[in-house]
Design a protein around this ligand. Structure first.
Ligand code: PHE
Length: 487
């Protein structure tokens, strides 16, 4: 017999636990910084409402109806609807995306763990901007350290998943999520006193379309083409859309998996609304906590993945009780990351249990070991190894020694490639397929019965969204994919 969540509150907590994580607190601020603020946030909010919310409803409904891992749920639902079983590809690509995402997620979560210890030892106290930067650089340029933390985080994820979703997540999430929320609000208040708050609000909420639509160099100046015109790019739009999927855990089966443990009598619409709102609020709070510090200290908002590690410790180092508050913050962020990591790996683990007859613990260990290996790619990326460096090495190994590969594709590192490929390509395609399946393939009365909305009106709105609006939007962004190859 499949287990179910103890109550609908637990489902919301688990789904919020999956949704709220490094995506909100680590990733959202740094991509917002990288793509110029205002318009990026607008694009992201637009995607959350028009793509994220309807697909969230669809994914929960599919999961609850199928009651299995995404691969088997899709097999069953496609048979039920008399459609091709090829739809199960959705489950497969979801498992691949989940494992790839977790491979780097775990490395970053490892950095968060390292920072919990750093905060508690008081090394941030009265540090300067450069001192804090140095602490981060010394961590990421030490592969052994990153490897150790990555290993510990993967081990903890495997342990939590092996105990089963209920034992593993329910307790963690019930207390820690609200605590993280409260702490973020506190940090926003702190940001208000830092002197950079106005600039932060300006940066986050004043649209500047140029920064969003025109390509810029690492230093922040616009790239020019041969005619002296700014170079147009769709990449920020893809990243914004991809992040809407990433932050809501959509498009790879995590929410479908959690939906499968959901009791028949719960209103999916309300649940989805709560999950989406909380996730969005947390992301905006994280931005409001971090950007005031960025501007008050003259830091670069486009600093990249190190942004939170280079800003928040400055605040902790200079506030009364900062050692305690800083430690608490990173510990809570670690738990938020853990509850997301569990949902990234769960679809694969359950599939191994259902289809290969493995015991839960064995399934969790093997999946964890595989992901651990892939994580090595991110560890080397953090220390600055680019694809160009790797290729140069391979090339010199076969005898050509002075190849220089520093431009175009070669200037990226494997972390950037895995991140872009999963979040901006795999998740939106997964989401597109989920929308099309729920909107066009499943029988209307099955979806209508799953939702049992109070008014038929709401159902019709949802249907228009998953049939037309979300797919067309995702598709439009992809039609411009050619744009992204103009580096
Ligand atoms: N939503 C999580 C976050 O924002 C990441 C995640 C993505 C989790 C996809 C599960 C599936 O941190």
């Amino acid at each position: 017999m499949k287990h179910e969540w103890s109550s609908r509150v637990t489902f919301v907590l688990a789904a919020v636990g999956s949704a709220v994580g490094l995506g909100n607190i680590w990733k959202f601020p740094y991509i917002t910084g990288e793509y110029g603020g205002g318009v990026f946030i607008l694009a992201y909010l637009f995607c959350i409402c028009l793509i994220g919310l309807p697909i969230m409803l669809a994914e929960i409904a599919l999961g609850r109806r199928g009651k299995q891992s995404p691969v088997n749920t899709m097999l069953q639902l496609s048979q039920e609807a008399g459609a091709s079983t090829a739809w199960s590809i959705l489950g497969w690509s979801g498992m691949a995306a989940g494992c790839l995402i977790l491979s780097y997620y775990s490395v970053i979560a490892g950095e968060v763990m390292a920072y919990s210890f750093r905060a508690s030892s008081g090394v941030f106290n009265h540090q300067t901007v450069d001192g804090i930067k140095g602490i981060f650089t010394s961590l990421v340029s030490d592969p052994e350290k990153l490897l150790a933390w990555h290993t510990i985080f993967m081990a903890l994820t495997v342990l939590a998943v092996a105990r089963g979703v209920k034992g593993g997540i329910e307790k963690t999430v019930t207390f820690l999520m609200p605590a993280l929320f409260a702490l973020l609000i506190f940090l926003v208040f702190y940001g208000m006193t830092s002197g950079g708050f106005e600039q932060a609000i300006d940066f986050m909420f004043t649209p500047d379309a140029d920064k969003f639509f025109y390509a810029r160099s690492e230093l922040g100046d616009y790239l020019m083409d041969a005619e002296g015109e700014k170079v147009f790019t769709w990449k920020p739009m893809m990243v914004a859309m991809g992040h809407a999927f990433f932050t809501l855990s959509l498009g790879m089966g995590a929410i479908m998996m959690y939906g499968s443990y959901l009791n028949r009598h719960v209103s999916i619409g309300q649940m989805a609304l709560v999950i989406v709102s909380l996730d969005t609020i947390v992301a905006l709070l994280a931005g409001l906590a971090i950007f005031p510090l960025v501007f008050a200290n003259g830091l670069n908002p486009a600093a990249g993945p190190g942004l939170i590690f280079e800003t928040l410790p400055l605040a902790f180092g200079n506030m009364a009780g900062g050692t305690f508050i800083g430690t608490l913050f990173f510990v809570l962020l670690f738990f938020a990351a853990l509850s997301s990591a569990i949902s990234l790996i769960e679809p694969t683990v359950v599939w191994l249990i259902e289809s290969k007859g493995l015991r839960r613990i064995k399934a969790a260990v093997w999946t964890g070991v595989g992901i651990w290996f892939v994580g090595l790619a991110t560890i080397f990326s953090m220390a600055g190894t680019t694809i160009g460096d790797i290729t140069e090495n391979l090339v010199s190994w076969i005898g050509f020694s002075d190849t220089e590969l520093k431009t175009g594709f070669f200037k990226y590192n494997l972390f950037q490639v895995i991140d872009f490929f999963t979040a901006s390509i795999m998740l939106p395609i997964g989401g597109l397929l989920i929308a099309l399946f729920a909107g066009w393939v499943m029988h209307q009365d099955s979806t209508e019965r799953e939702f049992s909305f109070r008014s038929r009106y709401i159902y019709l709105v949802w249907q228009v969204m998953v049939r037309y609006v979300s797919p067309v939007l995702v598709f439009m962004v992809f039609l411009n994919i050619i744009g992204i190859f103009r580096f």
